[in-house]
Design a protein around this ligand. Structure first.
Ligand code: PMP
Ligand code: GLN
Length: 383
């Protein structure tokens, strides 16, 4: 195994899901929903197979899907993308991240990550032979906030890109307009591109509004905006993601994508296009349901003795087990499936500097209510 990939031999999600299976635990670790997405979309994929959409689709994605992706961004945010040159369909958001980094960041250049960061960012930066610079979110009331001074200090002459994830996995933080404006200002000042991972764009709660980084001044021409079907339409196994941005940046990502996977899977693309055109009401209802599940699980965790952080979006809520006498979140998560039959993920898996994050645990709430309630019952055994 090459040196640059040695830290990446297994993912925390796979490890914790394996423990969940071994112990027949309620799996609140890996972020996948219990319920599959809208009926009409599931049928559209079956119809596509039946009518023969089973050979290589076009490299950048079928036109119908690229058009639907562009139309959704215009409708929701007023962002204008040409479906032919400014949209690329990828194999999940994961490939969009890898393609953007591999296609747009030279070896040795720096990529700024906001910590805790989704694990694929560090791995993609390593694959590209680039160097990551991390800036930690800081506790702020019952949530987390960007440390804007620390962020500014991380940008320098060797910075090629910043990866920004909002709504944020694992904390459930939605970055404020002021945070995004400051990120935009730094990108423009240092002539840096932004890779905006917005896969949870629709999953915000309590009237919160998602604002794409690309909509901030100076950012449309320097932002690769990433989203996908996995979380929006509850089909994490379909692996349909996409990126949008200025044609020169999309060309870079596309060059890399061609030799990672060549094309994405054929029959899912018309189904996702159909869903983007006709199932956004389903998504809005889902966001409301997820907000209630967030509250349900947060209250259960509080009842079980955790200090619970505010989650404003995503599938996730973070909880502090120190009131239960637990300080090592990683050891706790490895023990939890066997001990009480619940799986969760330690936030320390998403950071370089574990110290401020060592205790924290991420729980996924995109689950049936009775699954959340069963986990809640088991969690009461901790105290
Ligand atoms: N980015 C973030 C922040 C995620 O949570 C995930 C997991 N859905 C991904 C990217 C990867 O998405 P996909 O499953 O579409 O590859
Ligand atoms: N994105 C999901 C999560 O954060 C899982 C992705 C994975 O298993 N790699 O849990």
């Amino acid at each position: 195994l090459v040196k640059r990939m040695r830290p990446f031999t297994s993912t925390i999600f796979a490890e914790m899901s394996a423990l969940a299976v071994e112990h027949d635990a309620v799996n609140l670790g890996q972020g996948f929903p219990d319920a599959d997405g809208p009926e009409s979309m599931l049928r559209a994929a079956q119809d596509a197979i039946a009518r023969g959409a089973n050979q290589y689709p076009p490299g950048p994605g079928i036109p119908e899907l690229r058009e639907a992706i562009a139309a959704q961004q215009l409708d929701d945010y007023g962002l204008v993308y040409d479906p032919d040159t400014q949209v690329l369909v990828t194999v999940g958001a994961t490939e969009a991240i890898a393609g953007a980094v591999l296609g747009l960041v030279e070896p040795g250049r720096e990529v700024v990550l906001i910590e805790p960061f989704y694990d694929a960012y560090a791995a993609s930066v390593a694959l590209a032979g680039a160097v990551r610079r991390t800036v930690s979110l800081v506790p702020d009331g019952d949530g987390f906030a960007l440390d804007r001074d620390a962020l500014a200090a991380a940008f320098g002459p060797n910075t090629a890109a910043v990866i920004v994830n909002t709504p944020h996995n694992p904390t459930g933080t939605v970055l404020t307009d002021a945070d995004l404006a400051e990120i935009a200002r730094l990108c423009v000042e240092h002539d840096v591109i932004a890779i905006a991972d917005e896969v949870y764009e629709h999953l915000v709660f309590d009237g919160a509004v998602h604002r794409p980084l690309a909509s901030f001044p100076g950012m449309a021409e320097r932002t690769v905006r990433i989203s996908g079907a996995a979380k929006t339409f509850h089909v994490t196994g379909w692996k349909v993601g996409w990126l949008s941005g200025p044609a020169d940046l999309v060309r870079g990502a596309r060059a890399a994508k061609q030799f990672l996977t060549f094309v994405g899977s054929g029959p899912f693309q018309p189904a996702v296009a159909h869903a983007l055109r006709t199932e956004m009401d389903w998504v809005r209802d889902d966001a409301e349901a997820l907000g209630r599940k967030r509250t349900r699980l947060s209250e259960s965790l509080a009842d079980a003795g955790f200090e619970v952080h505010r989650s404003e979006g995503t599938y996730f809520v973070c909880a502090d087990p120190r009131p239960l006498g637990v300080t090592d979140g990683d050891a706790f998560c490895r023990d939890l499936p066997g001990r009480i039959g619940v799986a969760a993920v330690p936030v320390s898996a998403f950071v370089d500097d574990a110290d401020p994050w060592r205790h924290l645990i991420r729980f996924a709430f995109a689950k049936d209510d009775d699954v959340i309630d069963e986990a809640a019952r088991r969690l009461t055994r901790l105290s």
